[in-house]
Design a protein around this ligand. Structure first.
Ligand SMILES: [Zn+2]
Length: 249
């Protein structure tokens, strides 16, 4: 195989691997925020419950204050009862006290309801708090794993980019320019294998005459449709050699 073509094929394998790892790496932040979703939901519920408990507590306190005021009012009514002279006045006043007592019952009921509601919400709050603690733990674990993956991918990418920098200077200047120009438009695949008569880049049928020339591999040939540089995949020289293992530091 033409040495330049061989370098290009090697470069292409590195570029493809870089692209593949880049895609994986870019997905990780989204995976982290997706993993955080159940935790966010549980925390929102926790805040809602806290606000609710505060509201119910305020409701209970105001009920207790009202009751206290009412009780002192009733006390005054009872004191006045002793001062009344006529039976008519006395009866009317008794009626007023009776009404006041009924009002007291409904006030006590309001307080009781607020207390029950508060206890209920407090119980739910404890359950949700427990859930938040559990989810926090599992989320932290997952996040740590995903962040470790980022570090690992970065190390692999560093090795691949270094490998690329080793291969690039091996290209003749016109080949280098051609590679750079094609890469600017085609992004990932610049050098395409010919497989079963089709271009591995655009998947279109390559003319048989061109296939024969590609197999000879003595010059750089391009696909007539997508302009990628072609190589015969079964060519033994085209097997790239590089390691993605991170460098020892
Ligand atoms: Zn093509």
């Amino acid at each position: 195989m033409n040495a330049q073509l061989s370098h290009l094929v090697q470069l292409q394998h590195v570029d493809l691997k870089i692209h593949q790892l880049d895609v994986q790496r870019q997905k990780i932040p989204k995976r982290i925020s997706e993993a955080r979703l159940p935790l966010d939901q549980a925390q929102t519920r926790l805040e809602e419950l806290k606000a609710l408990i505060e509201k119910v507590t305020a409701e209970r306190r105001s009920g207790e204050q009202d009751l206290e005021d009412h009780e002192s009012h009733v006390k005054k009514l009872r004191t006045r009862l002793m001062e009344l002279k006529t039976n008519k006045e006395y009866q009317a006043h008794l009626f007023e006290i009776d009404l006041a007592n009924k009002k007291k019952d409904s006030m006590e009921e309001r307080i009781l309801l607020a207390m029950e509601r508060g206890e209920e919400k407090q119980k739910e709050l404890e359950e949700v708090q427990k859930l938040v603690d559990e989810i926090t733990q599992s989320f932290t674990q997952e996040k740590t794993q995903l962040e470790a993956q980022i570090i690992e991918l970065d190390q692999e990418l560093e090795v691949l980019n270094a490998k690329k920098q080793d291969v690039l200077p091996l290209l003749d200047k016109p080949v280098h320019t051609r590679y750079t120009t094609l890469k600017a438009t085609l992004k990932v695949m610049v050098v395409a294998p010919v497989r079963e008569g089709t271009c591995g880049g655009c998947q279109l049928q390559v003319p048989p005459q061109l296939i024969a020339e590609v197999k000879r591999a003595d010059q750089l040939l391009t696909c007539p449709y997508c302009f990628r540089i072609l190589y015969a995949e079964d060519s033994p020289v085209a097997v790239p050699e590089y390691s993605t293992a991170p460098k020892k530091r």
